[in-house]
Design a protein around this ligand. Structure first.
Ligand code: NAP
Length: 289
């Protein structure tokens, strides 16, 4: 199976390098700028193409690892006569295979193959991909195409979750919450520490150490990681402390604290079924009633 890449960026280089390492055949790279394609080809040990359809012709699977906004345009630039029996993939989290409009009529299969992992480097990130989760969505013009994709991903030691196209936008929103929005939350907490007198660097170090400890506790938990790792005033039923925090914060920070505390209350109840939470409920829900 020959696997080609359109888009010689972080994701293209990382997946292609991992494939090459596992002795899969990477047919080559095409990219917007030929210099990117050449650099990626050298890194992976394959060929740089200056014609996208020549790459399609020699590939059984073609990954469009371009920015989300370019996937549809790049797909439309593929010669339909060369699509028969091919597998065309993109790696977007938010887009489904609906972006590959009419692909069935050309006898090709379409998949979105989304790495549920932050890929920050063209040349380093491939090392961290094994054991990470990749989400597969899409359908095959032939059933064996899906089997081939599942087998390929598993050969790379990736953990595959399957998902339906309709669920992709909400799925991607959830991924953003666990990655980008988590950084946003830590940034709010840092600002409050600085306001409390910490230096910028001191606040960053303190926040990262606390967050790392919490994630470590969740990772080490044998079951229910979020419930097991939970500490703090809500799970202790300490309404006076929660009231103090709500008084100390204002504006968006207060609202973020209040809304996330409602979710934490659910975790606290799962941890302690006899939790006395009447006062905490009043504090967290007062503005909504
Ligand atoms: N990075 C992540 O953490 C991550 C995680 C999950 C999913 N994804 C998804 O993976 C896909 C690629 O993301 P990325 O992070 O690898 O982006 P990236 O590093 O910016 O790379 C995109 C590459 O596509 C090339 N390109 C742009 N427009 C093109 C066009 N019209 N024709 C051909 N090549 C074009 C760029 O070209 P030149 O270099 O030639 O200028 C660049 O090499 C996106 O769908 C993204 O949502 C990314």
């Amino acid at each position: 199976m020959n696997i080609g890449f359109v888009g010689a960026g972080k994701v293209g280089c990382s997946i292609a390098k991992l494939l090459a390492q596992r002795e899969k055949c990477v047919s080559g790279f095409y990219s917007r700028s030929h210099s990117s394609a050449m650099e990626a080809a050298e890194f992976v040990g394959t060929t740089a193409f200056d014609d996208i359809n020549q790459l399609l012709e020699v590939s059984d699977v073609l990954f469009l690892t371009v920015p989300d906004g370019a996937v549809a345009t790049v797909y439309r630039s593929l010669n339909p006569n060369l699509l028969v029996d091919k597998i065309i993939c993109h790696c977007s989290g938010a887009l489904s295979t609906a972006v590959f409009e009419g692909i069935e009529k050309w006898g090709a299969s379409a998949f979105s193959v989304h790495p549920f992992v932050a890929i920050s480097s063209r040349y380093e990130s491939y090392q961290y991909l094994p054991n990470s989760i990749f989400t597969l969505e899409g359908k095959g013009a032939r059933p064996e195409h899906k089997e081939a994709m599942l087998a390929l991903l598993r050969d790379l030691d990736l953990r595959v979750e399957e998902i339906s196209g309709d669920a992709k936008v909400a799925y991607h929103g959830a991924a953003v919450m666990a990655s980008n929005l988590m950084l946003g939350l830590l940034s709010v907490a840092k600002r409050e520490l600085v306001a409390a007198g910490f230096s910028e660097e001191g606040a960053e170090a303190a926040i990262l150490s606390l967050a790392k400890g919490n994630l470590g506790n969740a990772l080490n938990a044998k079951e229910q990681p979020f419930v097991t790792a939970l500490t703090g005033p809500i799970q202790r039923g300490d309404a006076a402390t929660v009231a103090g925090h709500l008084q100390a914060f204002s504006g968006d920070t207060r609202e973020i604290y209040r809304l996330l505390s409602k979710e934490v209350l659910q975790l606290a109840r799962a941890k302690n079924s006899t939790l006395d939470d009447i006062e905490i409920v009043k504090l967290l829900y007062e503005e909504e009633s």
